[in-house]
Design a protein around this ligand. Structure first.
Ligand SMILES: [Zn+2]
Length: 246
């Protein structure tokens, strides 16, 4: 009888992104650097589920802003595939519906299911490091993704880093407490280098549908990101920051 083929693929890093674009915006240069160093990086975007029409009015307003009408999330997935290729990482798109398409009554189920799915991803890929957002800015989907990832990483004993949600981090320091009595560890600021930064900006530009929304108060998103990255680096290049969990 033939041996059952091993189908799980190892990944050195598992990054859990709430939405299609958060990983690239928040820590794209760090991911590009790791990929360039030969690390296998898998980016799982949790809230990338394909919604069915009719869409709620709030979602229709976003579609208007994004200039996407027929199959908006499929179009956003295609943008993400290009961005992830730029960064040199592998993407995976989760089935969870973005908050704008979701029934508020389903939140507890989503939280439970998300933790199970991330736990399974950790089991299948055995990453050395798990990375997710900090939920700076308090977006509901960011809090759900962060809490589920923290719980799954802690229960599997996998080292965990939380990225600074961008562009939220440009204007807010507000972040909800971590789940299960965990606390914020030291901040790690890393100068990422000009090449990785350039790669990040190329990747961010792939999310064409999000550009109007991200270019806050007439400031293009790449300028917001660069100004922030230069401030973090305190005069020597560009940096991104993450937090540890203790
Ligand atoms: Zn997001």
């Amino acid at each position: 009888m033939p041996q059952k083929k091993e189908v799980t693929q190892m990944a050195d890093v598992l990054a859990v992104s709430p939405h299609l674009d958060d990983a690239a915006l928040s820590c794209g240069a760090t991911l590009a650097r790791w990929a360039a160093e030969g690390r296998d990086v898998l980016v799982y975007s949790a809230f990338a589920g394909l919604p069915e029409p009719p869409f709620p009015p709030a979602a229709q307003r976003f579609h208007e802003l994004w200039q996407l009408h027929d199959d908006p999330v499929r179009a956003r997935r295609a943008e993400d595939e290009e961005a992830m290729r730029d960064l040199g990482v592998t993407e995976s798109h989760g089935p969870f519906l973005d908050e704008i398409y979701r029934d508020a009554a389903d939140e507890a189920d989503v939280a439970r299911e998300l933790e199970l799915v991330i736990g399974r991803l950790i089991e299948a890929h055995r990453p050395e490091t798990v990375l997710t957002c900090s939920a700076l800015g308090l977006h509901k989907d960011h809090v759900l993704a962060r809490d589920a990832t923290v719980r799954a990483a802690v229960s599997s004993g996998t080292p965990l880093l939380l990225w600074e949600d961008l562009p939220y981090g440009v204007w807010t320091r507000e972040r909800p407490p971590l789940p299960d009595g965990r606390s914020w560890g030291p901040t790690v600021v890393t100068e990422v280098g000009a090449d990785a930064w350039k790669t990040k900006i190329t990747a961010v530009a792939r999310y064409a549908s999000q550009y109007a929304m991200l270019s806050y108060r007439e400031t293009p998103i790449e300028d917001q990101l660069e100004r922030h990255a230069r401030t973090l680096a305190r005069g020597s290049g560009v940096a991104e920051q993450v937090w540890t969990v203790v």
